[in-house]
Design a protein around this ligand. Structure first.
Ligand code: GLN
Length: 487
């Protein structure tokens, strides 16, 4: 086995036992990147020299008997997490040359752990999309079939972890952007509860929905990364002051006394029969592990797409107002006056999907329409949250599909925004209700593409999700494979 194929947990043991050094591990990942990046396009920027320097320091730290599980582990981070003096593009031309003057809190935390940040992962522009095809720089490929999408918007993060380029990644999830690419690429992805992870230094898309979370090769690694990034931060006013649990303590076998809800509305039209089969198999596995299975209802689920695609663009339209060519990134030179400079900068700096969202959002927030659209959507959002609260009376967790289908071919939905939006149907509710969600590999389609299973739980019950995910992983015992990448 090559070092790049290890999980974080395995690499940590070898590093601790001095059977492997971080420099060797980082070299192995960098070589893997060199061999596969042309086909995969997972990275917007790479910094191999910096990575090796960090690895040297991590080895020294370990030599002194210091450093935790992430010390010396090569990771990627989505290119919307601010990195001090390192370009942070958000997948957009408008931030082409943007070098933030500070690190995001999660980046600070990874640095403190001694993690080796190898590069910044490709993503849909401003995290708007479900395939990463809206990236202004590179479109990541699915490691299992490079003609297929890696999912989105954290597609580069997912592709880099699934393909062995790095051992783990951080992404962001506003409506599914961690869970869906994790599912499509055959890895684990967690969206923590809103407020659990600081959003300080995460470039905002839709502030009431955005959360940062890990993408890893297994559930144990997910717990490790969660441990590193969770916690209160006074610099994010929405971060919650609640002690962080010991996530590894939940990773034990057996689900006696755990009630798993199967929300009937998630298993209807549009669901690919193979996805249905994988999720139902997951239900059986959890039952064998001792869980009680109950049928539940989330009656307002049908409204999720409409509600999300009003609230998210509305918040985006106001968040993105700051990109006007004055303070950040790209500016179109040669304009006659200030208004023309704004217009030219924004017309040329933003891609079509971002413009579409700014238009929808501005419209939904404008006086005369605000009550009919934004306010109504916010009210229905509360109904969706209430559906979950009611569900928690009869069950502890929900199991469902992540994506209605396995990965699709690049270009297939690129010109059809509605089809693209509909593919988010199963993930949006988690963000609208502020809940934690986990995507765990569940199996493969007949054409060999991965299919994930989603778990959703009550606020701050990440531990229960990890426990259930761990049992799912154990029970399914899928062979851990890193796909061969053929260009
Ligand atoms: N696919 C959804 C969108 O396009 C969600 C994106 C996300 O979670 N960042 O908005």
């Amino acid at each position: 086995m090559e070092p790049y194929e290890l999980t974080i947990t395995e690499a940590d043991s070898l590093l601790a036992e001095k059977k492997l050094s971080s420099v060797e591990l980082t070299r192995s990942c960098l070589e893997r990147i060199e061999r596969t990046e042309e086909a995969l396009c997972s990275f917007i920027s790479l910094d191999p020299d910096q990575a090796l320097q960090t690895a040297v320091q991590a080895d020294r730290r370990r030599d002194r008997g210091e450093g935790g599980a992430l010390c010396g582990i090569p990771l990627s981070i989505k290119d919307l997490l601010c990195t001090k003096d390192r370009t942070t593009t958000c997948g957009s031309k408008i931030l082409e040359n943007f070098k933030p003057p500070y690190d995001a809190t999660v980046v600070e935390k990874l640095n403190e752990c001694g993690a080796v940040i190898v590069g910044k992962a490709a993503m849909d522009e401003f995290a708007m999309g479900s395939t990463s095809e809206n990236c202004a720089y590179k479109i990541p490929s699915n490691p299992w079939d490079i003609d297929c999408v890696a999912g989105g918007s954290s597609g580069g993060s997912a592709a880099s972890v699934a393909s062995g380029q790095v051992l783990g990644s951080l992404g962001s999830d506003t409506g599914g952007s961690i869970r869906q690419p994790a599912s499509l690429c055959g890895i684990v992805g967690m969206k923590p509860t809103y407020g659990r992870v600081s959003r300080y230094g995460l470039v905002a898309f839709a502030s009431s929905l955005d959360q940062i979370g890990p993408l890893t090769r297994d559930v144990t690694d997910c717990a490790t990364m969660m441990q590193a990034i969770c916690g209160y931060d006074r610099r994010d006013s929405t971060s919650v002051e609640q002690p962080v649990e010991d996530y590894h303590s939940f990773l034990s076998e057996g689900l006696q006394g755990v009630r798993i809800g199967v929300p009937r509305e998630y298993f209807t039209r549009g669901l690919d029969p193979e996805v249905n089969q994988v999720v139902m198999n997951g239900v059986d596995v959890l039952k064998s592990a001792g869980a009680e299975i109950v049928e539940v209802s989330i009656p307002h689920i049908d409204y999720c797409v409409a509600v999300y695609y009003l609230i998210a663009p509305a918040e985006a339209s106001s968040n993105l107002a700051r990109y006007d060519g004055v303070a950040y990134g790209f500016r179109k030179e040669g304009a006659q006056d200030l208004v023309d400079m704004y217009k030219d900068t924004r017309s040329q700096g933003f891609g079509p999907e971002v413009k579409r969202r700014i238009l929808i959002g501005t419209y939904a927030l404008s006086s005369g329409y605000y009550d009919a659209y934004y306010k109504k959507a916010s009210q229905v959002r509360t109904l969706i949250l209430n559906d979950f609260k009611r569900a928690w009376e009869s069950c502890d967790l929900l199991i469902s599909p992540v994506s209605p289908t396995p990965a699709w071919k690049k270009g297939e939905k690129a010109d059809d925004p509605l089809a693209m939006y509909l593919s988010d149907i199963f993930t949006l509710s988690t963000n609208l209700a502020g809940l934690p969600g986990l995507s765990v590999p569940g199996g493969y389609s007949s054409s060999g593409l991965p299919i994930g299973i989603q778990l959703q739980g009550p606020h701050f019950d990440e531990g229960a999700l990890l426990k259930c995910g761990f049992n799912l992983e154990r029970g399914l015992s899928l062979e851990r494979k890193i796909p061969a990448i053929c260009a």
